[in-house]
Structures are given as structure tokens and as C-alpha cells.
Design a protein around this ligand. Structure first.
Ligand code: GDP
Ligand code: MG
Length: 299
């Protein structure tokens, strides 16, 4: 029996949009698990994050991307390139907009970023929990005139509102085909990477100003003791300056301890294992302008 006869569909869908609109929140909501880190601050996501949604009659492979914005330095240029290149490889683009922003859509983005790709685009109008209905309706009206979206779906990624409806619209637009990944896989990302991301998320949550942006994480050791159900992880938090190192460590080590404790809990949850996490802090002067360092940190 062919896939079409069996009715099974599969395909790649890129979740794209401006920073902070809720792309990663949406991916985690769809998967029911955290594969992509989230914060109130823009530019939290830096890499292409793949998440696989298994439905009875489809397999949808989502690619969460960094927000598309005007990059000012070498690091952010790389990040935006990552986002844009993810748009080229997919069957369908899921463009996410923050409905609660006064001006949620940039005409330039639609005209110069989306249009040349020549792919079907679904618009997810996110954060509707923050918007009054009349405003939402007029926004939908404006957006439907601004671009030829396949569909416009108002959602709340945080509350889960209309996310199932979104999935069914995506399914409708996907081609017939077999599954790409085994049934039990959630992502193609290694546990080492996900662990580093969870540490980075805590830095985003627990430090302010430029510190989150000056931070990169490397994993020095990752060893599993199956018998003891214990994973030992040594990770380094790289910052750009001595002053940042001081803030990150905090008064008698209190800040770093808190980052470590919160990250450990999340990593334990992900691995289903006890975790011993040891953190180091290292100053790598101006790594965001350093091509070699960018590569070493995975960007
Ligand atoms: P990304 O940069 O587009 O990946 O955005 P994130 O997923 O990191 O989310 C940015 C911020 O928006 C976080 O503080 C989220 O908790 C918040 N957020 C995401 N979706 C919703 C939503 O549906 N409603 C509300 N009120 N907040 C949301
Ligand atoms: Mg994100």
C-alpha cells in the first residue's frame, strides 16, 4: 500500500518569525516536552532546534529557529543566517506573530523574506490570551490583506489554545509520505547539547543586562553510570569579561550555585536520571567577534 493509500503524511515545517514571539514555547507545547529553551528576553534560541510531532496519521518535523532580526555583529549575523537557511529546506513555513505587540508585522519581512521563498505559509497569531477580541479581528483583517497566507490561526502557545487546530491545518497542507524518524524520537539533538541549552536558559533567567548575550556553554565531560542511574556533567560557562564572570558567580558563589541547581533539575527531568552537575566559569575575551570561538561554541 502506498503512503497516499494509507493516508500517512510527513514533512518539515519551519517555525519562524521575529524574536520573542513565542516560537520555542509553541514547539514545546506541540511536543508536550521541553526541547527548546525559552525566556522573556529576545534572542534566546541560537541554533536550529528540531522537534518531531507524532500523530496517528502524520509525522511533522518542526524546526525551531532563532528570531529574524537586523544583526549588528558577527555572532548575530550567524544566528540570523541559521534562521533563514532553515526556511529554505522545508515543505511549509509556520510564521509566528505576537498579537499583543502594537505593530506585530513588518511589511519588509513579508515582502523580502517570505515571498522569495515561494512556499506555503501558515500564520500563527500567538499570545491571544493577551488581546481583546475586537483588536484580534481587526488584526486578522489587516494581515489577511498584507500577505497571501494559506491560513491565519489565532493561538496561545502558552495556554495551548487552538494548538490542535493548528496541527490539523498543517497536516492538511503536508504531502503524503512515510515517517522520517522512529516513533519514539522527539529530537535529533544529542543530550549533551540539550544539557548545555538548559544551563544557558538558567543564565537567561537568572542574570540581567548583557550577561545572557555574552554567554556560551561548552560541555567538558558527560559520563553515564547506568548502574547508579547517575550522569556526571562538567560544563563551562564562557563570558566575555572578568566583570561578567564576577556577576555570574555572585556573592560567595550564590548565583552560580542557583544556576547549577535549577539546570540540574531540568537535566534530570530530561534524562530521567540523577545528575551531578559541575559548572566552571571562563573568560573568553570578545568571543562573539571571534570566528574560531563561534565555531567551537557551536554557532
Ligand atoms: P521565541 O524567541 O519566539 O522563541 O519566544 P519564546 O518561546 O522564548 O517566548 C518569549 C516569551 O513569550 C516568553 O516569556 C514566553 O513565556 C512568552 N510567551 C510565549 N507564548 C505565549 C503566549 O501564548 N501567551 C503569553 N502571554 N506569553 C507567551
Ligand atoms: Mg526561541
Amino acid at each position: 500500500m502506498s503512503d497516499a493509500e494509507a493516508g500517512f503524511k510527513s514533512g518539515f515545517v519551519s517555525i519562524a518569525g521575529m524574536p520573542n514571539v513565542g516560537k520555542s514555547t509553541l514547539l514545546n507545547r506541540i511536543l508536550g516536552e521541553k526541547v527548546s529553551i525559552i525566556s522573556k528576553k529576545p534572542q534566546t534560541t541560537r541554533n536550529r532546534i528540531l522537534g518531531i510531532a507524532h500523530q496517528p496519521l502524520s509525522q511533522i518535523v518542526f524546526i525551531d529557529t532563532p528570531g529574524i532580526h537586523r544583526a549588528k555583529d558577527r555572532f548575530n549575523t550567524r544566528i540570523v543566517e541559521t534562521a533563514l537557511s532553515a526556511l529554505k529546506e522545508v515543505d511549509l513555513i509556520l510564521w509566528v506573530i505576537d498579537a499583543a505587540l502594537p505593530d506585530p508585522v513588518s511589511e519588509n519581512l513579508l515582502t523580502y523574506t517570505l515571498k522569495p521563498l515561494n512556499k506555503p505559509v501558515i500564520l500563527a497569531l500567538n499570545k491571544i490570551d493577551l488581546v481583546k477580541k475586537p483588536l484580534l479581528l481587526s488584526l486578522i483583517d489587516t494581515l489577511s490583506k498584507a500577505y497571501a497566507f494559506e491560513e491565519i490561526i489565532p493561538i496561545s502557545a502558552q495556554k495551548g489554545t487552538q494548538v490542535e487546530k493548528l496541527i490539523s491545518v498543517i497536516e492538511k497542507l503536508l504531502p503524503y509520505g512515510p515517517a522520517f524518524f522512529p516513533e519514539d524520537s522527539l529530537t535529533d539533538l544529542p543530550e549533551r547539547f540539550l544539557s548545555a541549552e538548559l544551563i544557558r536558559e538558567k543564565v537567561f533567567h537568572l542574570t540581567g543586562q548583557e550577561i545572557p548575550y555574552a554567554t556560551a556553554i561548552t560541555i567538558e565531560a558527560f559520563t553515564e553510570n547506568k548502574k547508579k542511574a547517575l550522569t556526571t556533567i562538567h560544563a563551562t560557562i564562557h563570558v566575555e569579561r572578568d566583570s561578567q564572570k564576577g556577576i555570574l558567580i555572585g556573592k560567595s558563589g550564590s548565583k552560580l550555585r542557583r544556576i547549577g541547581e535549577e539546570a540540574r533539575k531540568d537535566i534530570e527531568n530530561m534524562l530521567g536520571n540523577r545528575v551531578f552537575l559541575k559548572l566552571f566559569v571562563h573568560v573568553q575575551k570578545n568571543w562573539r567577534q571571534d570566528t574560531k570561538a563561534l565555531r567551537r561554541f557551536g554557532y
